[in-house]
Each structure stands twice: as structure tokens, then as C-alpha cells.
Design a protein around this ligand. Structure first.
Ligand SMILES: NC(=O)c1ccc[n+]([C@@H]2O[C@H](COP(=O)([O-])OP(=O)(O)OC[C@H]3O[C@@H](n4cnc5c(N)ncnc54)[C@H](O)[C@@H]3O)[C@@H](O)[C@H]2O)c1
Ligand SMILES: [Zn+2]
Length: 368
């Protein structure tokens, strides 16, 4: 078990327990002023792991209330937020309640926003149950809701009181959801840990089984994000390196009406953006090839499909676009991201990104 501290602005940070049995940390981290536990949970995670969580919460809080949301990205919505907030109001929850979020990134983003807004702010704990949520969504204080105009367009920064990431909960993940999380692990290796990248290459296909990622490697992927967040908690600059693969990835998701899952879209996005990085910032072609090979070994796609034109409208609404150019976070080599005079993103002309897209369409490797 790893007991880490997560950076949070203006404070000493908060605890992160990571590993098998992390849920046992609940009594140790529970504060006496939290008289009520409001468990906001993904229905599937609740069915699979609710009993273990509820048992521990009942030992901590006088009252435990459960607020469920159905699984799926479309429930990261204003409608679901409002429904849960109204139910909490009907239950007369006051600020002596601690909101406990159990689920994947969807639940954590929504519950975090609920914690930020309910009665102007409740304390909250995050109990991530997907690999993506452990390495990414549970870290860094971002909360969000989607709107028809795009993903994550409403939100707030709200850091939890603690994160308890019990890795035994990941063993029940469907293989596709597990692989989606592996894409983010690979992203963190590219962004800041070349040795982690080598270890993932060595492990390769052994990582296919949900829950099979070695705890020490998982902790390294987590540390990459924590280090970036520590330097730039509110994403004024450096934190945008974590968007590697996501500008193209989000556009793929939007262009396909979210039929391509996030992890697969990010995998293709990383391959395309790495292609652009070879041309734009001198990423060695051999590093791009290693990235494509690793994605393949992990069962993730690396080949683009369909015309680039379908992506164009969705690249335009990207938050990273300024001055007419598409701004991408690009690696200069595995484990190191490009910095330019204007910050941590590099302007790439649409024509150059199209070339990268088309090269990845023609290249060998699996399409999504
Ligand atoms: N806040 C951030 O910094 C941040 C970072 C990255 C991603 N995100 C967000 O995270 C979301 C994606 O998260 P996700 O991939 O975890 O998706 P998700 O929350 O939709 O979970 C994926 C699926 O797994 C199921 N599930 C959850 N835990 C399970 C378990 N232990 N066993 C079996 N099934 C389980 C869920 O019911 C769901 O069907 C996106 O909305 C994305 O925008 C946020
Ligand atoms: Zn992501």
C-alpha cells in the first residue's frame, strides 16, 4: 500500500491511499465533524463493491445515505446533478455531511461538482473504481459536467479531503474499460516517466487482465500526474502537458457521438499527435514507433479511421485552440514534453495535423 500526499493549493495537500485494502483507511481518515455520509455512487460500482464501502461508512458516520446514478457518460449532466442535489436537499443534508464518491471518472467528476456547489461546498472523499479514475480523474481537483456544446464545459476546481484508491476494486472491470485506463497510464509514461514506459513495454500483454498492473507501476503513473498538478494546479500552463493525445482524442469522441470509448480515442489521439510531434518538434521516429507498438501490445488502437474533415469542427471548439492554430501538447521524446516560448503547448497548423492523421490511417496497426 502506498500512502501518498496529493498537492492541493493553499494547503498541505490531502492523503491518497493507493493499493489493495485502501478502503480500510476510511475510519482513519474520517473526521468527527462529518456526522452524515452521503454516498454518491455509480450503480454498477455500488452493486459490485457497495457492501464493502457501506459497512465501513456505517462504522464512521451516524447516518449514511445513498445517491445512485446510472452508468454512462451521458449522466455526467446538469439533469443528474440537479436530481441528486434536490434529493440531498429533500433529505435536509447540511454541511456536516461528507460526500463520498464511488465510481469511475463520470461519478467522480459529477460528485466533485456536487460537492463544490451543494450549500456552497461540502467536504468530499473520492473512492475511484476504474483504472482511469485512479490514475487520472481522482487526482488534481477538476470536477465537471458535460453540455451539448462539449465535454466538461461546466465545472469547478474542488480538491477532496482524501482519495482512497483500493486496487482490488479494479479486478471486476470489463476488459475494455480496463484497457481504456491503460491508455492513460501510457500517457503518463510519455509525459513524464520514460522508465515507466520501458517497464510497460516489458510487461506488454501480461497487462491485459483487469487488475494486473503492478502496484509500483501504477504508483509511478499516479506520481507523474501529481508532480504536474503540484506545479500548476489551476492549469495556467504546464498542466496542459497532461492533454497529450486528448485534443485529437476528444475530437474523435465527439465526431463519433462517443461510440469510440475515451481510452481508445486517446490511444489513437496519442499515435496521431506523436506523428505530428515527429514533424513539428523532432520526436524521434523510433519513439513514435515504440508508442504505437506499446499501444498494440496493450490491445489499444493506434490507427486513425475516416476522413480528417470529420474531426475539424470538433478541433475548433477545443479549449487549447488559440490564434487560428491548433495547440497541442507534444512529446520531444518519451518522458519529456515540449515547451515553447508561449508555454507548454505548440501551435500546429491544421494541414500538418491532417498529414499526421493520414499517415496514421495508412500505417500498420489496429484501428479502433
Ligand atoms: N477530472 C479529471 O481530471 C478527469 C481526468 C480524466 C478523465 N475524466 C473523466 O472521466 C470520465 C471517464 O471515466 P471512466 O473511464 O472511469 O468512465 P466511467 O465512470 O463511465 O466508468 C466506466 C464504466 O465502468 C463501470 N465501472 C466502474 N467501476 C467498475 C468496477 N470496479 N467494476 C466494473 N465496472 C465498473 C461503470 O459503471 C461504467 O460503466 C470522463 O467523463 C472524463 O471526462 C476526468
Ligand atoms: Zn483521458
Amino acid at each position: 500500500m502506498f500512502r501518498l500526499r496529493c498537492p492541493a493549493p493553499g494547503a498541505a495537500g490531502h492523503p491518497l491511499w493507493l493499493g489493495p485494502g485502501a478502503l480500510d483507511g476510511l475510519p482513519a481518515l474520517w473526521r468527527p465533524e462529518w456526522r452524515v455520509a452521503a454516498l454518491v455512487a455509480d450503480r454498477t460500482a455500488l452493486r459490485l463493491h457497495g457492501a464493502a464501502v457501506l459497512r465501513r461508512l456505517r462504522a464512521c458516520a451516524g447516518t449514511v445515505r445513498v445517491y445512485q446514478l446510472p452508468p454512462g457518460e451521458r449522466h455526467k449532466s446538469v439533469a443528474t446533478w440537479l436530481r441528486l442535489a434536490d434529493r440531498m436537499l429533500a433529505d435536509r443534508l447540511d454541511r456536516a455531511a461528507c460526500l463520498v464518491a464511488l465510481g469511475g471518472g463520470v461519478t467522480l467528476d459529477l460528485a466533485g461538482f456536487l460537492a463544490a456547489t451543494y450549500l456552497r461546498g461540502l467536504d468530499h472523499l473520492l473512492l475511484p473504481t476504474t483504472l482511469l479514475a485512479v490514475v487520472d480523474a481522482a487526482l488534481g481537483g477538476k470536477t465537471a459536467l458535460n453540455r451539448p456544446a462539449g465535454k466538461n464545459l461546466l465545472g469547478a476546481f474542488r480538491f477532496p479531503a482524501a482519495v482512497l484508491a483500493d486496487t482490488t476494486l479494479l479486478e471486476t472491470l470489463p476488459p475494455r474499460t480496463w484497457r481504456g485506463g491503460l491508455a492513460e497510464v501510457v500517457k503518463h509514461a510519455v509525459v513524464g516517466d520514460a522508465d515507466l514506459f520501458r517497464r510497460l513495454e516489458r510487461a506488454g500483454r501480461a497487462l491485459h487482465r483487469p487488475g494486473s498492473l503492478d502496484l509500483a507501476l501504477l504508483a509511478r503513473a499516479v506520481r507523474v500526474k501529481l508532480e504536474v498538478v503540484a506545479r500548476d494546479p489551476f492549469e495556467w500552463g504546464r498542466r496542459s502537458v497532461l492533454n497529450f493525445g486528448h485534443t485529437v482524442g476528444h475530437a474523435i469522441e465527439a465526431a463519433t457521438g462517443h461510440r469510440v470509448p475515451h481510452g481508445a480515442a486517446v490511444a489513437v489521439g496519442m499515435a496521431v499527435e506523436a506523428e505530428a510531434a515527429v514533424e513539428r518538434v523532432g520526436l524521434p521516429a523510433a519513439d513514435r514507433d515504440r508508442l504505437v507498438a506499446l499501444l498494440g501490445a496493450l490491445g489499444l488502437p493506434a490507427r486513425s479511421r475516416g476522413p480528417f474533415e470529420r474531426l475539424r469542427p470538433h478541433l475548433a471548439v477545443d479549449k487549447k485552440r488559440r490564434d487560428g492554430a491548433i495547440r497541442l501538447s507534444l512529446p520531444v521524446r518519451l518522458g519529456r514534453m515540449a515547451a515553447s516560448q508561449t508555454g507548454w503547448t505548440v501551435p500546429v497548423k491544421a494541414a500538418a495535423l491532417r498529414r499526421a492523421w493520414e499517415r496514421r490511417a495508412a500505417a500498420p496497426g489496429r484501428a479502433r
